[in-house]
Ligand binder design. Sequence first.
Ligand code: PEP
Ligand code: MG
Length: 757
Amino acid sequence: MIETLRKIVQAVSEADDLEQALSLIVHEVRQAMATDVCTVYLSDRATTRLVFRATEGLNRDKIGAFSLARTEGLVGWVATRGEMLNLEDASAHPSFQLVPGLGEERFNSFMGAPIIHQRDLLGVLIVQQADSRRFSDDEEAFLITISAQLAGIIAHAEVSGLAALPDTSSKTITRIVGVAGSPGIGIGEGVFVSPTADLAAVPSRKAVNRKAELRAFRAALARVRDDIEIVSDNLKHELSAEDHALFGVYLNILDDSTLGGEVASLIKSGEWAQGALSQVLLTHIKHFERMEHSYLRERAVDVRDLGTRVLTYLQDDSENRRDWPEKTVLIAEEITASALGEVPRDHLVGVVSLRGSANSHAAIIARGMGVPAVMGAADLPYSRLDARTLVIDGHNGRVYINPPQEVLRRFQQLVDDDLALSEELSVLRNEPSQTLDGHNVPLWVNTGLTADLPRALESGADGVGLYRTEVAFLLRDKFPSEEEQRQLYREQLEAFAPAPVTMRSLDIGGDKSLPYFPISEDNPFLGWRGVRVTLDHPEIFLAQIRAMLKANEGLGNLRILLPMISAIEEVEESLALIQRCHDEVVAEGYTQKFPPVGAMIEVPSAVWLTDALAHRLDFLSVGSNDLTQYLLAVDRTNARVADMYHGLHPAVLGALAKICRDAHQRSCPVSICGELAGDPRATPVLIAMGFDQLSMNAASLPRVKKVLSSVTLGEAKAVLEQLSGLHSVKEVKLLLDELMQRRGLERYVRPGQERTE
Ligand code: PEP
Ligand code: MG
C-alpha cells in the first residue's frame, strides 16, 4: 500500500495543474483499488457547492457542469459530517439520490472519504462498484490515507491552478493565507530564491539574453564534465571496469545529442538556463522513476545527481550577477538571515516564507528591519510567482497575487496610513518612557544586524535589551575571529553608550543553524541549543566573551546575557569562564570592571529556578518567545500550530508574574525581551507585573511608548488583577481590547488591520 500511495502522491504532485492532478488521482485510485468508479467532488469556494470535478467510470461530460448542494445525497452526507461512508447497497441509505445523466445506476456499493485540509473541507473522494459488497477495512484505510495525503496536494494545486489565471484586469483575487510574520504592507515584484541546487524548486522564467543563458549553460556543463573526469581518473584503480564504465554513461547523458541538446533547444526557445535544465531533467527523472526495471529506475538518481551539479554551477554564476528589482518581495521556502542580508535594504519591501511562523528567527529579523513578512505560506505556488506583482499583508498574514488596480490602490492607502502613523508617533521619540502618572519603565531595543543600528537609535530607545550576536555569525561562511567580533561589538556599544547594551552569548541551534557548523537533530528545539553548545565548545564562548570585554574598554556599558539556561550548573560554568576571560584581558592591560551578567528565563525549569538565578546573577531577562513555545508545547516555527501559540495565554502570564515576584524578592532586576514586549496590547500587563524594562524590535517601540504613556500604573494593576481570574486566551484578549478601546488606543495596537478583500 505504501508503495502505491507513494507512486500516486508523487505523480499527482508533479502534475502541471489541478485538472491534471485530479484526473491522475481518479485514474490511479481506481486502478489501485480495482473499483469500477473513482470520482472527486471539490467544494466551490464561492457557492460552497460540491462540484463534480473528475471521474473515471461515470459520465465525463458532466465534469465541471454538475454540482450538489453541501447537504445533498451521499456525497453531501460525507461532506457535512466530515466522515467516511462505506455502503454495500447505496440505494438503501436515507440520503441516497440518483442523479440522472451521471451513469450511477449500475453501481451498488459506495465508499466516500472527505478531503480535509487544515480543518477545511476541500471535497469528497468516492469509489463505487457494481457488485454489492462492503469495502474491506484495508480498503477503507487506503481511501482515508489517500484522501489525507491528497488534501495538501489539492490545496496547493488549487492555488497553483488559480495562480496561472489572474492578470491585472481580472476581478479574481488570488489570496494565500499564511501567518503574520512582521507587520506592514509591502507591494512589489516577487523574486523566488531557490534553495541551492534543488531542481524541483527552480521557477520558470523568460531568458533576458538567450545567448548569455546558453553560454552559461555550456560553461556549467563543461565544469561538471571536468569534475566527472577528475573523479573518474581518481577512481580508475579502485573500481571494476564495469563500474568505472558508469562515468562514461554520465558523460554521455550530458552530451549534446541527449539531454544537453534538449536543454539547449529549450533555452533557444526563450527559457532561462536554470528553468530549461530543471524542466528537461525532471521530465526524464519522472520517466526513469516510472520504469518497472529496477536498474533503469536507479538511473533516475544519476540524472538527478548530474542535473544538481550543473544547477549548482549555474546558481553560483547567477548569484554573482543578480539584479534585484527596485521593490523586491523576497520569497523562499525557508527565509534565512543571509538571504535577507543579500537584498539591498532599500530594494526589499516584503518577505514571504513558505515555512516558519511568527516567532521563527527570520520573522524576528524581518521585524527588526521593519520589513513586512508573511510566514508559513505553505500553499504558495512559489515557482510561478517570479516577476509578478505581489502584495504582502504582514498584519494579517496574507499574500495577494497580481491584484487588480483598485485593490492595489486600497493597499497603497494602507501603506500611506502606516507611514502617517509612524510620523505621528515620531514626536514621542524624545519623550520619557513613563505612564500617565509618571511611573518610569525604560523601553529598550533588540538588535542583531549592523544595518538595524540607525533604526534602533532613531527609535529613541533607552538601551539595548538584547543584542542577538548569532545574527552576525549566521551571515558569515566561517566563525568570525575574536578581533572581527571585537570590532562588531564595539560598534554596538559605542553607538548606544552610555546606555546599556545587553549582549547575548551565541544562541544557535533550534531554527538557527550556522552553515559552517551544521547541527542536525530530530528534535532541535529540545536539543543542542544556546549555552549548551557554547559550554561544550568553550573555545567559541571564550573568544566571544573576550571580544565583548575588549570592546567594552573605556565605555563600560556592556551587560552579558546567557541564553537557554535550564540548570544552575550552566550559570556557574559560564560565570567561571567569564571570570577567566576577564582575568586574561586585565592581564593583557585592559582596565575595566567585571560586567553585569544575566540569564534568560526561557525554559520552564528556569522559571522554577528564578530565585536561585536571581541570587547568583545581576539581572534576568525573560525570553517569552521560547518560554511560550516550551510552556504551551507549541513549536514556534510550525505554521500548522501557529494559532495555538499565544504569548497572552493565561499559563504564560502566570509564569511571567511569578518570575517578576521571585526576582524582585531577591532585588534582582528583570526585563522581558521576547516579542510579547513589543505587543502594545500587552504593555499594561507587563508594567503592572513589574518588569523593569521592556525590550523589543525598533519598529514596535513607538506604539508601545504611546500605550505606556496613555495609561496609569493603577489602571494597569487593576487590569492585571482582573486577568488573574481568566482562564482562556480569548477572555484575556477581550479584556485588553476593552482597555485599549476605553483609552482610544486600538489603532496603535494593530494598524492596517482592515481587510481589503
Ligand atoms: C526569546 O526566546 O524570547 C528570545 C528573546 O530569544 P530568541 O527569540 O532569539 O530565541
Ligand atoms: Mg530564545
